[in-house]
Every structure is written in structure tokens, then in C-alpha cells.
Design a protein around this ligand. Structure first.
Ligand code: HEM
Length: 167
């Protein structure tokens, strides 16, 4: 119980404070976004969970902040079965990740990959109003079959938990 309690403090404190610090930083660089967010916040009469999750621009700002500056820069996994990489299936170039291999996924790199994001290095909260990204191109809270992160707003507009299978 104590270990779980400590984990919650470590996992919950630095990640949240880094996210808030980065959000304020990006807003300071983009006063037009700051103004838009201010206008939206003025429409909210009480800052409860139920009301906050429906503030589209606030959630867009948070999602965009975590895209450009994910609090965890990478995820860690162990490969459970031999996994041939999809684009290396010719006999000459075939690469298979053997079961038991320790893997890391750089979310920082993925979140800025031009293959998945237009203007990847720009702070554009608007992209989250009607998001069209691949779910596995955005994983600030992790992803995969046991995805159930305690810090996530499940009903937040624009946030699509990446819960479907691998491909
Ligand atoms: C902006 C805020 C946060 C971010 C970006 C964040 C990010 C992450 C990431 C990337 C992981 C690894 C997930 C994976 O490997 O699939 C993780 C795990 C975890 N986080 Fe957070 N986190 C945040 C806030 C919180 C808060 C507020 C709590 C609790 C109060 C929390 C508790 C945990 C716990 C317990 C784990 C381990 C889950 C497991 O292994 O099953 N996090 N977090």
C-alpha cells in the first residue's frame, strides 16, 4: 500500500507540474491562444470535473501541450513474442524483434513525426477540435491493451484512448 501511495505521488506530481509549466510556456509564446482560452474559461461558471472536460479549447491546449512536450519522453515495454517489423518483410531486409527484447518508444519523436502531424513543431491547439490523427501517434499517457491511466479524463473531447489492437 505504501509503495503504491508513493508511486502515485511520484507518477502524479512531476508529470502534472511539467505539463502545466509547458502549457503556460506555450501560451506565453502564443498570446492569441491565451486570449481564446481566457474567453472560453469565462463561459464556465464552476471548475468541476464535469464542466472542465467539456471545455473544448482548454482540452485542445492541454492535448497540444502534451503532444509537443510529453511529460514522459518515452514508454518502456518488453516484447512478448517474436515480432516481424511490417515494412521489413523481404527476405533480405527482414527484421524480427525477438521475444524478451526490452523496447522503448520515443513518444517525443512520434508526437512530432511529419508522417502523422501537419506542421509538427508548431503549437496549434486547433488541430484538436476535430482530431484526425492515428491513435498510436499520440500516447502521452501510454497505450496498449492494459491502457487505464489514472491521470486521464476519459470523457475529454479530442482524446482517443489508444485501446485497439496492434497493426
Ligand atoms: C499530465 C499528467 C500525466 C502524464 C503525462 C502521465 C504520463 C504517464 C505515462 C506516460 C505513464 C506510463 C504509461 C505506460 O507505460 O503505458 C504513466 C504511468 C502511471 N501514471 Fe501517469 N501521468 C500523468 C499524471 C498522473 C497522475 C495525476 C497520476 C496519479 C494520481 C498518475 C499515476 C500513474 C501511475 C500509477 C502509473 C503506472 C501505471 C501502470 O503501470 O499501470 N499519473 N503516466
Amino acid at each position: 500500500m505504501v509503495a503504491q501511495g508513493i508511486l502515485f505521488f511520484i507518477a502524479g506530481y512531476d508529470t502534472t507540474s511539467a505539463a502545466l509549466t509547458h502549457a503556460i510556456y506555450f501560451l506565453s509564446l502564443h498570446p492569441e491562444c491565451q486570449q481564446k482560452l481566457y474567453e472560453e474559461l469565462k463561459t464556465c461558471d464552476e471548475f468541476t470535473y464535469e464542466k472542465l472536460v467539456h471545455l473544448k479549447y482548454l482540452n485542445a491546449v492541454i492535448n497540444e501541450t502534451l503532444r509537443l512536450a510529453p511529460s514522459f519522453l518515452r514508454l518502456f515495454r518488453v516484447c512478448v513474442e517474436d515480432y516481424p517489423l511490417g515494412n521489413t518483410d523481404s527476405q533480405i531486409n527482414s527484421i524480427t524483434i525477438p521475444a524478451g527484447t526490452f523496447m522503448t518508444v520515443s513518444t517525443y519523436t512520434l508526437h512530432r513525426d511529419p508522417k502523422y502531424w501537419d506542421n509538427p513543431n508548431d503549437f496549434l491547439p486547433e488541430r484538436w477540435i476535430q482530431p484526425k490523427h492515428h491513435p498510436y501517434a499520440y500516447m502521452p499517457f501510454g497505450g496498449g491493451p492494459r491502457y487505464n491511466h489514472p491521470g486521464v479524463y476519459p470523457d475529454s473531447p479530442g482524446f482517443e484512448p489508444p485501446t485497439y489492437g496492434y497493426s
